[in-house]
Design a protein around this ligand. Structure first.
Ligand code: TYM
Length: 340
């Protein structure tokens, strides 16, 4: 057991960092995979949450739309429970050390390492002919995000685990070559909801950019929309409500149920043991999602009226973070022998 002093010291040394791209529709995959963990852990650590607008630029964006989406996504995160008194919520490009450290780290990592990133393979295939350099070096920018703040924990969904492994590799390589500058972070992935699949196709990850109105439940969707999407979800032949690899549709729905209720798989299966079919499971998920998301949507509708307040939160957080980001980057420069 920790004594009071040790507990405080342990708390102080835990630094949580995570990020989200301010593009597309923020969906329940983002919520259960990441945002819910961010909100729940706010009392246990120093928390830093970043709207990664520079990552968004790795695929084509409309500048006017992106500018609005940055503020809208920040508003959504505040509505979901990110508390500016406990956490720093800011925009990546407002702290220029992210770009600066990316360069130094890109001189440590190898092309071979980046070629192994599965997200790059998927995204570059989707872009065909015109793959941007930034899409390839995307994970290096992500490593810079994390390493700038002496991060110990990175709460993310399953799809980001490989990027955190790369971040650790880069930090290890750097420390081994130039001396101990970086803290090694670890990914924290939730027990349920770490990989929510598309409701229209349970073999594909639920994604912000996937087309089709029945693909995802948006965090801000109205109850009617939630009902339509969930009731239309693709299921499997049969009626039994049990999660296994032969039933991707039901497994995904059970996963959403588990993420929303905190129940384990066996508890969830026992709960539905007498259900008459998949319709019962879907109806219950609709009710739970409507109740989980309602307070977020209501708070969003209030906060969205005053964008100035949201901007102020973002700018204040960036100001507070700059000294740490500068100190890390200066330590990196000294270690590498650059600068005057
Ligand atoms: P992004 O914007 O794609 O997603 C934000 C968070 O949501 C999680 N997530 C999911 N979880 C469960 N099921 C899904 N279908 C699902 N889709 C997305 C993601 O794992 C993520 O945690 N590269 C990152 C952003 C980033 C970042 C960072 C994260 C940039 N720098 C530093 C952590 C630390 C991304 O594009 O996330």
């Amino acid at each position: 057991m920790f004594g009071n002093l040790e507990r405080k010291t342990a708390m102080r040394s835990k630094v949580v960092f995570s990020g989200i791209q301010p593009t597309g529709t923020i969906h329940i995959g983002n919520y259960f995979g990441a945002i819910k963990q961010w909100v729940a852990g706010q009392d246990d650590a120093e928390n830093i949450f970043c709207l990664v607008d520079m990552h968004a630029l790795t695929v084509p964006q409309d500048p006017a739309v992106l500018a609005v989406q940055i503020i809208d996504t920040a508003t959504l995160l505040l509505a979901a429970g990110i508390d500016p008194a406990k956490s720093r919520l800011y925009v990546q490009s407002d702290v220029r050390e992210h770009a600066e450290l990316t360069w130094y780290l890109s001189c440590v990592g190898s092309v071979g390492q980046l070629n192994r990133m599965t997200q790059f393979k998927e995204k570059s295939e989707a872009q065909k002919g015109e793959v941007r350099v930034g899409l390839f070096t995307y994970p290096v920018l992500m490593a810079a995000d994390i390493l700038l703040y002496r991060t110990t924990h990175v709460p993310v969904g399953e799809d980001q685990k490989q990027h955190i492994e790369l971040t650790r590799d880069l930090a290890l390589r750097f420390n081994a070559t130039y001396g101990e500058v970086f803290v090694l972070p670890e990914a924290t992935v939730p027990a349920a909801g770490a990989r929510i699949m598309g409701l229209d196709d349970p073999t594909k990850k639920m994604s912000k950019s996937a087309p089709g109105s029945y693909h995802a439940v948006g965090v801000l969707d109205a109850p009617d929309q939630i009902r339509k999407t969930v009731m239309a979800a693709q299921t499997d032949s049969g009626r039994e409500i049990r999660g296994d690899s032969t039933r991707p549709g039901v497994t995904n729905l059970l996963g959403i149920y588990m993420a929303a209720t905190g129940r384990t798989q066996s508890e969830a299966e026992a709960h539905f043991a007498n259900a008459r079919g998949y319709g019962d499971l879907k109806k219950e998920i609709v009710d739970i999602l409507v109740e989980t998301l309602r307070p977020i949507r209501e708070r969003y509708d209030e906060l969205v009226r005053d964008r100035a307040v949201v901007r102020e939160v973002l700018q204040r957080a960036a100001e507070q973070l700059r000294p740490t980001a500068r100190a890390t980057t200066d330590a990196v420069k000294r270690a590498m022998g650059v600068g005057s």
